[in-house]
Design a protein around this ligand. Structure first.
Ligand SMILES: [Zn+2]
Length: 771
């Protein structure tokens, strides 16, 4: 085997969409037919090469320091197609087929998409059965290597590892009862062996296989069994001489049984996640890693640069972790990131509107590469060898700690005065049901989830307002017109509980982040969410408070237009945190409490303005669920508490709604019940009300299982909707059932919205008649 040493510093992966979202634009133009395939291929090629050049200029100039994590849509899809778990027996998967798998076509649904570990990134879920043919297609990755080489870059090919690929797959529909995708591990390993052999043949000396499944508790395999799977797999794969040197990576948390298992298989390099959050949660991990790796000759790629957060590293503290490893007997140490940098934006340097002090506290992907380099240098020659970087880090740590922006005594005092432990609204649910009879709602009330279609006019008005072409007043007027027409539409359709349509919100989290103290937002801080979709997470910088009411004027205006109840609309603390970058100097639970009380003030102001129904959205409740089972109860405790803080002092007559979507809730259904909302609307159409079977007596709230899947432009007909309402009534008594869509309508058009809502009201009427 060749023996080019592993680079002294590297990263796990890098944002793929391009500094100016070039890949997003190329993809969307290609899908829309604005550019042809050849043009698309050539822009994707340029984007990859530009990224490599940028990375080299940032310091990743050693051979194999640049990870070729270059999937056009998703790394799981890309790996699946390369090793042949996806794509059937076709020798090649062309672009049309590739994007059909990702996005579906008129005739065929796409692969399911779901969250990648506990991140906000979505991957495509491979479907596997006993008879799935596995057709390795090494040419794809060889082309990537060759293209890079031609431009002068020796990159490190990137694949999701075999254990994780299967652990994150699902049983195909034709699979036998109880089929576990991991039962195909041996077959799949043989396919990886072929791909590795082809890379070796092409002269590649290092390849990267990502195995994050080993840091999570899965429902389909225990930690010990999965570790045993990994050991067997890698002993087989690494036992061959016919391969490049292998880096196995384990991002997103600490290994347990997987640590000894992977070390026993003797990869040439092993990456572990040593981010501050991981170490805080897993005492003694550094020591455990050092012990396992010392004396084995394995290069330890120490993931000391936090790839999930945007704070400048405390380089001295980080260096001490590296030194502990060294003292622990680890001979070869490389510096890397804890996870792929795909989860952070490109660079702070393009942000022109950040407060200067805050800008100095941040590190996005490019800045993190500089930190890795500084640490690698310091590990060799002490911190003096990277004096500038250490001085900058010291300044960032100190000024941030001392800043008035991070510490607000009034907020801290207010939260400190709250009772410890769980809080509860009074009276209990039954008492509130009595009190809320004054709302006078009909049987099976109809409502919507909040947003109405964000038309091109609204988007244009927002852009014009930003550019100064519309004055504040003109912009507000345009939005008011929109609210008015949304209210009129709902009146016309005969919906019972109305919404104002949320036209003023660019995004359900950023809207609040901009109005709350303690947050900053970026101009260019885009992060890939899936495919061509990017989000721009806000940043929680310090203690959070509400300088003034945020939603009241809109709610009040909308309510003034109707005699029906109009819902006040808030995003809950957990979702605000899940979709933002959070502080690393306090636990998330602290920020959650602060946001909770800030929103409680908003609830009081909404009540004072005559709003009787208030919805607090928590679509991301499931998302922050820790990967390790033992960490889950504590999380659910603070998450539920923060929600309850929002509604704690609401009047008994105020009906509190919540809304959840995006995932399977079976696992957290008790926590959803514990939110103690009066009404819960929840995504259910795609699973045809399956979730209602999971509800037991502890779930007392009224419930609106979504009957219209708003993720597609399809208009459901009355018969289908009637069916779904009746299906819901099997598990939910009439007095507790609401009728609503699955989620907000902002991505829909008006035509299908109107038609679908009309059918929804008709279906409700039919069911009520039949009762
Ligand atoms: Zn939703």
């Amino acid at each position: 085997m060749s023996s080019t040493a592993f680079p002294t510093f590297t990263i796990e992966g890098y944002p793929r969409v391009g500094a100016n979202r070039e890949l997003k634009k190329a993809l969307e133009s290609f899908w829309a037919g604005r550019i042809d395939e050849e043009t698309f291929i050539s822009s994707a090629h340029s984007i990859r090469l530009e990224n490599y050049a940028r990375l080299r200029d940032l310091g990743l100039d050693q051979d194999y320091a640049i990870p070729a994590d270059v999937a056009l849509y998703d790394q799981v899809l890309e790996t699946g197609v390369t090793v042949g778990l996806i794509g059937g027996d076709a020798a090649e998967v062309d672009l049309t087929e590739y994007f059909a798998l990702a996005r579906g076509t008129a005739e065929r649904s796409p692969l399911e998409m779901t969250k990648w570990f506990d991140t906000n990134y979505h991957y495509l879920v491979p479907e596997v059965a006993e008879d799935t043919v596995i057709t390795p297609r090494p040419q794809r990755i060889l082309d990537i290597v060759a293209e890079a080489k031609e431009a002068g870059h020796t990159v490190r090919p990137f694949l999701v590892g075999p254990v994780t690929l299967l652990a994150k797959s699902k049983a195909a529909e034709n699979a036998g009862e109880g089929f576990n995708p991991l039962s195909r591990l041996e077959d799949l390993t043989a396919a990886y062996a072929q791909v590795l052999a082809a890379l070796k043949e092409a002269g590649v000396e290092w390849v990267q296989l990502a195995e994050p499944a080993l840091v999570a508790d899965l429902t389909i395999r225990s930690d010990a069994d999965l570790a045993a799977d990994a050991k067997a797999t890698y002993e087989a794969l690494l036992g061959s001489e016919d391969r490049p040197q292998v880096l196995i990576t384990t991002p997103y948390g600490a290994l347990r049984n997987g640590l000894d298992a992977l070390v026993a298989a003797k990869p040439e390099a092993l990456q572990v996640d040593l981010a501050p959050v991981t170490l805080a949660n897993e005492e003694g991990y550094v020591e455990r890693v050092a012990k396992a790796v010392a004396g084995t000759g394995i290069t330890l790629a120490a993931g000391v640069i936090d790839g999930r957060n945007i704070w400048a590293a405390d380089l001295r503290e980080r260096l001490s972790v590296l030194e502990e490893l060294k003292k622990g007997g680890v001979e070869k140490i490389a510096v890397t990131s804890s996870v792929s940098l795909q989860h952070v934006p490109h660079t702070v340097s393009v942000e022109k509107n950040l407060p200067v002090d805050v800008a100095g506290w941040l590190s996005f992907a490019d800045e993190k590469i500089g930190e890795a380099q500084a640490l690698a240098t310091a590990l060799e020659g002490g911190s003096v060898a990277a004096a500038d970087a250490f001085a900058r880090s010291d300044r960032a740590v100190r000024t941030r700690r001392e800043s008035a922006r991070t510490h607000n005594q009034a907020v801290q005092d207010r939260v400190a005065a709250l009772p410890d432990g769980q809080v509860a609204r009074e009276p209990e649910f039954e008492g509130r049901v009595e009190a809320q009879k004054v709302l006078n709602l009909p049987k099976l009330p109809t409502t919507t989830i909040g947003s109405f279609p964000q038309t091109t006019e609204i988007r244009k008005a927002r852009a014009d307002h930003r550019s100064g072409a519309l004055t504040d007043e003109q912009y507000t007027d345009a939005l008011k017109d929109e609210v008015k027409s949304v209210i009129e539409l709902q009146e016309r359709l005969g919906i019972d509980v109305l919404v104002h349509g949320e036209p003023e919100r660019n995004d359900m989290v950023q809207y609040f982040a901009e109005l709350l103290d303690g947050f900053v937002t970026t101009e260019h801080g885009w992060v890939q969410s899936y495919g061509s979709r990017c989000t721009r997470p806000s940043i929680v910088v310090g203690d959070v408070s509400r300088p003034k009411a945020m939603t009241v004027e809109w709610a009040k205006y909308a309510q003034s237009l109707s005699d029906k109840h109009v819902k006040g609309m808030l995003t809950g603390p957990v979702t605000i945190l899940a979709w933002s970058f959070t502080r690393d100097d306090v636990p998330k639970s602290v920020s959650a409490d602060q946001i909770g009380v800030a929103l409680a003030d908003e609830v009081a102001d909404l009540e004072a303005a005559g709003i009787n129904v208030i919805q607090i959205d928590e679509p991301a409740l499931r998302e922050l669920l820790p990967l390790r089972e033992e960490d889950r109860p504590a999380y659910l405790d603070w998450a539920v508490r923060s929600f309850r803080l929002v509604s704690l002092d609401a009047k008994p007559t105020t009906q509190i709604h919540t809304h959840l979507c995006y995932s399977e809730f079976g696992q957290i259904i008790d926590a959803v019940a514990a939110l103690d909302a009066d009404v819960t609307s929840i995504e259910a159409a795609r699973s045809r009300m399956e979730l209602l079977g999971d509800l037991d007596e502890s779930f007392h709230s009224e419930i609106g299982p979504g009957i219209w899947d708003i993720h597609s432009p399809r208009v459901p007909d009355v018969a289908e909707l009637t069916e779904l309402i009746k299906a819901a009534l099997v598990n939910v008594p009439t007095e507790r059932l609401w009728v609503n869509p699955d989620c907000g309508l902002k991505t829909r058009g008006y035509a299908e919205t109107e038609a679908s809502l009309r059918n929804m009201v008709l279906a409700r009427d039919l069911v009520v008649e039949s009762l």
